[in-house]
Write a protein that binds this ligand. Structure first.
Ligand code: CO
Length: 503
């Protein structure tokens, strides 16, 4: 078989895998959004069966034969650039899966699904000891996973690699340390500032129907295509995609807090606009897939924070908001509203934390995960380690495990290595936003006038359409002319919050 025929056979097989994946995504979306409670158990079985098929298909000898044929062409360097990228990315996943014995995969998946139930009970009772045996087992398995798949320097590299391909613990630690060095004293200055901000005034009574209407209006204005997607409601806001022509997102509504649903919608719109911007022609190959969890998060954060918490964004939307919801916004001045949506507060809980403290919440988790993996700390000491860090970073005394070490679901599901992608997303977003301002003339004025198209097109052209053609690091360098640096984010925070808090 010649190169063309072999490659065609390869992409046909890939497409089958992607269709199956797409079907699983539909079932999972339905489970989160619409499904009746009683169906959940059988749905979980359906999904787990289909996931088994997916794994079998991907690791089958039939698929292996085909990918090994392509590998020969790759090794001889006779694949075109795009073909080489497709092969390289699929090979990465394939090799990783092949290194993990089926018995290991099954055990990990069983321990994690039990782990999530046990974690939920432990959190309800606010008792870390209930979760400890399960967490120890999960960490043991993740350390084993790192050994099985291999790593260069740090076992944590093997965890990061799942979510942020090609990133290393060393480089992430470096940028995070720089960020921490800035954030800790800056946060102390904010605490000492005479400016005190309250966000209570934003609360009111907002009928659900009107909220949904307003959220859809914003998403559409930003550029989310409702003919290729939906916005629904779920307990935790999320986005998922079946293909670029069908992208689903959700937000959460509370009768008294409209702003929280809006911020959820803007964030998820960022994720979804990315998915809608992937190339539909490349569906079924890595060139039609997002780069990494961190780059995905950069797309949500750039819309939610750089744009959605800015003055220029609300110059356009605030008058509309005031007209639609005169109570309470008719009585709140623009400046007072702007300050309220940018209030900084040290709190115990990560989710819905502000732009500054959010990063410190993540850095705590990153530092802990790294040391759990290399064995320099032990799971039984976590509550103390956690509480000490909360005291050191935020000056807070954690009252109980539910508000402390037990607050997040991630570890119980085995998702170690996921947390740092939230901060990477913030850093990427600031660096990308600076580059977009250089490229788009008067970007901020355009947004104040309700013109979002230029910005969306810039993201599309520079990031979305490439799929996985470049790694996150390569893309950042290509688009911004520089390697990832925490400096852009630091400058953004310094400039914005020095003004708000008069420091
Ligand atoms: Co997100």
């Amino acid at each position: 078989m010649n190169k063309e025929e072999t490659f065609e056979q390869f992409t046909e097989k890939l497409e089958e895998i992607f269709h199956l994946r797409s079907a699983i995504a539909v079932l999972s979306w339905d489970q989160e959004v619409f499904m009746p409670q009683k169906g959940i158990e059988s749905r979980a079985k359906t999904i787990s069966n289909l996931s088994g098929f997916l794994h079998q298909k991907f690791t089958s000898s039939d698929f292996e034969k085909t990918i090994l044929k392509v590998k020969k062409f790759y090794d001889k360097k006779i694949l075109a650039d795009e073909e080489a990228c497709i092969f390289k990315e699929v090979w990465r996943d394939f090799e990783r899966e092949k290194k993990l014995p089926l018995s290991f995969v099954k055990e990990l998946s069983r321990v994690c699904s039990e782990g999530q139930n046990i974690w939920a009970k432990a959190k309800e009772k606010s008792d870390f000891k209930i979760f400890l045996p399960s967490l120890k087992k999960i960490i043991e398995l993740k350390r084993k996973e790192a050994q099985l798949v291999g790593y260069n320097k740090n076992p944590y590299d093997a965890m990061l690699d799942i979510y942020e391909p090609y990133a290393t613990t060393e480089e992430v630690s470096l940028v995070f340390d720089e960020l921490k060095k800035f954030l800790l004293p800056f946060l102390r200055k904010i605490k000492k500032s005479k400016v005190k901000i309250s966000s209570e005034k934003l609360n009111g009574k907002f009928p659900l129907k009107k909220q949904i209407e307003f959220n859809k209006f914003i998403a559409e204005k930003l550029g989310f295509d409702f003919e290729a997607g939906r916005l629904d409601e779920s307990v935790h806001p999320f986005s998922t995609s079946f293909n670029p022509m069908d992208v689903r997102m959700t937000t959460r509504y509370s009768e008294k807090n409209l702003i929280s649903s809006i911020m959820g919608t803007i964030h998820e719109s960022g994720h979804s606009i990315y998915e809608q911007g992937l190339s539909a022609d490349k569906f079924g190959t890595p060139l039609g897939e997002s780069i990494s969890t961190g780059i995905h998060e950069s797309q949500s954060r750039i819309w939610e924070n750089m744009v959605g918490r800015s003055k220029f964004f609300w110059k356009f939307f605030y008058p509309i908001l005031q007209k639609k919801f005169p109570d309470p916004f008719g009585k709140i001045s623009f400046d007072s509203f702007y300050r309220a949506i940018n209030k900084v507060e040290s709190d115990f809980i990560r989710i819905e934390a502000d732009e500054i403290t959010y990063n410190l919440h993540i850095i705590i988790r990153f530092e802990i995960e790294k040391e759990l993996l290399d064995g320099s700390i032990q799971a039984e000491d976590l509550p103390k380690i956690w509480n000490d860090k909360m005291k050191e970073y935020f000056g807070l005394k954690v009252p109980n495990d539910a508000l402390g070490v037990l607050q997040d679901v991630h570890w119980s599901g085995g998702n170690i290595g996921y947390f740092p992608t939230y901060v990477l997303g913030n850093l990427y977003s600031a660096q990308l936003f600076e580059a977009s301002k250089k490229d788009i003339l008067n970007l901020e004025e355009k947004i104040s006038a309700g013109q979002f198209g230029h910005f969306k097109e810039w993201l599309r052209k520079n990031i979305h359409v490439h799929g996985k053609m470049y790694s996150a690091g390569e893309l950042i360098e290509k688009v911004t002319g520089e390697k990832l640096s925490s400096q852009y984010f630091i400058n953004y925070i310094k400039e914005k919050y020095s003004k708000i808090y008069k420091i």
